[in-house]
Design a protein around this ligand. Structure first.
Ligand code: SDX
Length: 392
């Protein structure tokens, strides 16, 4: 109950925990961070300001935001020995396991993993928020076999990430304000989403008093699954296969509905949203402006728009309440920005980090509010006596 409003979304008896961070009404397509509608934050806020809101519960004053930004900017650089870690991975490595390993390795360079007092929890919060863009960019550079760049303290959080991802030691990176703002908005839209698979993983691992780095590293692996964060990569692979195999949208939809194989309409459907995912609607608006910058992306956009139009008017999808989710358009934008498909889920992790940390902090601050030890329904053999080998 908040004030005179009871936000009982009807899951009191199946909920794994209480949380004051994100409110979702899946039937109405409502998403709010700390009570603020996602549409207003996407339009008016920045990713760092929204991260502050998700982490601390209130929109920051200018002084609070400046201090938060300063604390993060100061920590973006990583230890030289940690930079060496990326060199042990084969170039073809998918950046998600590389990122998870780097986060785990990061914990060995920090003393803020010992204990859960407010000072150490805040230090780990700022350090992880600061270093994840650097680790993500280095995971990308490793896959290219390219030298990594140090962060530049004169740049913003998003600009630093873009420059460390696409900049080179030999030439100045040219920023495109539309791309910078679009990435800022995309990260805002991914900042938290209640008890999704990866966030519940972070809380479950943290419930054993594992430190923040270990919990987030586990969350990265949970996110990598194609039914969760890996879906944005799977959407692009689906659109490209429709284009490259020369099959019609109608044929592809037929394959999905026939269920002859595990073909799904990736980027569609949601465990909670039985209406249009509010994030997808916002992302779709940015798709048009960004996709015009990249050859060939608009062909994939045309296929995506045709798929969406067909699904929204097809009984199979309407009856099952299958609508575009956050992943349906994001991959098109990331590709138009120049990211390869295997970096899309890394970008999802970058956006989801404040939510993972906020949910972990919420649990650390109230140990009674944690995902306890789940139970099961036993469906195995009833008790029986040991059988000696010669009688098996
Ligand atoms: C994310 O939880 C979160 O908040 C996650 C997330 C976040 O911000 O953290 O929002 C991010 O993970 C978004 C979802 C990304 N995943 C995908 O786009 C993969 C494709 N989607 C599906 O795998 C599926 O829709 C789920 C897993 C997302 C949700 O599945 P549900 O709601 O549990 O539905 P279900 O598996 O019980 O299926 C119900 C019916 C089935 O058909 P019938 O057995 O009734 O005949 O709908 C069908 C399913 O076959 N169905 C689909 C489908 N999704 C469900 N059919 C075709 N294409 C699809 N995408």
């Amino acid at each position: 109950t908040t004030g005179d409003t009871t936000y009982d979304n009807g899951f009191a008896n199946t909920a794994v925990c209480k949380s004051a961070i994100t409110y979702i009404d899946g039937d109405a397509g409502v998403l709010q961070y700390r009570g603020y509608p996602i549409e207003q934050l996407a339009e008016k806020s920045t990713f760092l300001e929204t991260s502050y809101l998700v982490l601390y519960g209130e929109l920051p004053t200018q002084t609070e935001l400046d201090e938060f930004t300063q604390k993060i900017s100061r920590h973006m650089v990583i230890d030289e020995r940690l930079r060496e870690l990326f060199r042990i991975f084969p170039r073809r490595s998918h950046p998600m396991p590389v990122l998870s390993a780097a986060i785990t390795a990061l914990s060995t360079f920090s003393t803020d993993t010992i204990g859960f007092d407010a000072e150490r929890v805040d230090a780990a919060t700022h350090r992880l928020m600061a270093k994840l863009p650097t680790l993500a960019a280095y995971s990308f550079k490793n896959s290219l076999g390219s030298p990594t760049l140090w962060p530049d303290y004169s740049l913003s959080y998003i600009e630093n990430f873009l420059r460390m991802s696409f900049g080179t030691v030999t030439e100045q990176y040219e920023f495109d304000d539309e791309v910078t703002r679009a990435l800022d908005v995309l990260l805002i839209l991914h900042a938290d989403h209640e008890q999704n698979c990866s966030t519940s993983t972070v809380r479950l691992v943290g419930s054993s008093q594992a430190n923040l780095y270990a919990s987030v590293s586990a969350g990265v692996h949970a996110l990598s699954g194609p039914l969760h964060g890996g879906a944005n990569q799977a959407v692009l692979e689906m659109l490209a296969s429709i284009r490259d195999d020369g099959i019609s949208v109608a044929d592809y939809m037929g394959r999905v509905k026939d269920k002859k194989d595990t073909t799904k309409l990736m980027g569609f459907g949601h465990r909670i949203y039985k209406n249009y995912d509010p994030r997808a609607a916002i992302i779709k608006k940015h798709a048009d402006s960004i996709l015009g910058k990249r050859e060939g992306s608009d062909q994939l956009l045309d296929i995506a728009l045709e798929l969406e139009e067909a699904a929204l008017n097809d009984d199979y999808f309407v009856e099952r309440k299958l609508y575009p989710n956050v992943d349906f358009y994001t991959g098109l934008i990331y590709q138009a920005m120049g990211f390869p498909v295997d970096m899309f889920t890394v970008l999802f992790a970058l956006g989801r980090l404040p939510g993972w940390i906020a949910q972990w902090r919420e649990m650390v601050n109230d140990p009674t509010n944690k995902i306890g030890r789940p139970r099961q329904i036993y469906v195995g053999e009833t008790e029986r006596a040991y059988v000696p080998m010669d009688r098996r």
